[in-house]
Design a protein around this ligand. Structure first.
Ligand code: ROI
Length: 161
């Protein structure tokens, strides 16, 4: 079955824009991809780290959730992923945010991703892709953080073309 999955992309080490572009190119080998705008976002966690580049990709895929997670982790590793500390800077983060309407809880994976409704760097790009999206029964558009977003758009939805 073909499923729509949403994947969060983040980077604040190295040439982050190029790293995210290459990650999107690799996601395209897994199925059709649409991307949000590209954003710059102040760090959540320790403040003594660079701002993040953030975006979300919508992937139409035949992969089951854990097989998709394997692919995402492979792409992170291929980007030479470095993670310096917990809540700290990283070369590339690919988070499986949503997998159709499924709820998944196991040792490797929680979907919807924890904290999805509290993170503007996830919610705002998700809204680029689907302004009517609901998560856990909540309309994303109506969340307070949408009005108080700290993100700045760096590029429109053609940035990864
Ligand atoms: N902060 C921002 N702004 N963007 C991220 O992608 C991000 N990723 C993380 C933590 C450390 C929680 N902070 C972040 O993993």
């Amino acid at each position: 079955m073909m499923t729509k999955a949403y994947i969060g992309l983040g980077s604040n080490l190295g040439d982050s824009e190029q790293i995210l572009r290459e990650a999107v190119a690799k996601l395209r080998t897994l199925g059709a991809v649409a991307v949000s705008k590209l954003y710059r976002s102040p760090p959540m966690g320790p403040q003594d780290q660079p701002n993040y580049y953030n975006a979300v990709a919508e992937l139409s895929t035949h992969l089951e959730p854990l097989a998709l997670l394997d692919e995402l982790q492979r792409i992170e590793n291929e980007a030479g992923r470095v993670r310096l500390r917990r809540w700290g800077e990283r070369t590339l983060d690919l988070d499986l945010l949503l997998y159709a309407e499924k709820n998944i809880i196991n040792e490797r994976l929680t979907v919807p991703h924890i904290g999805i409704l509290e993170r503007d760097f996830v919610v705002i790009p998700l809204l680029d892709l689907d302004p009517t999206l609901q998560v856990k029964g909540q309309s994303l558009q109506s969340l307070d953080l949408v009005q108080h977003s700290t993100l700045s758009a760096l590029a429109d939805q053609t940035w990864a073309d």
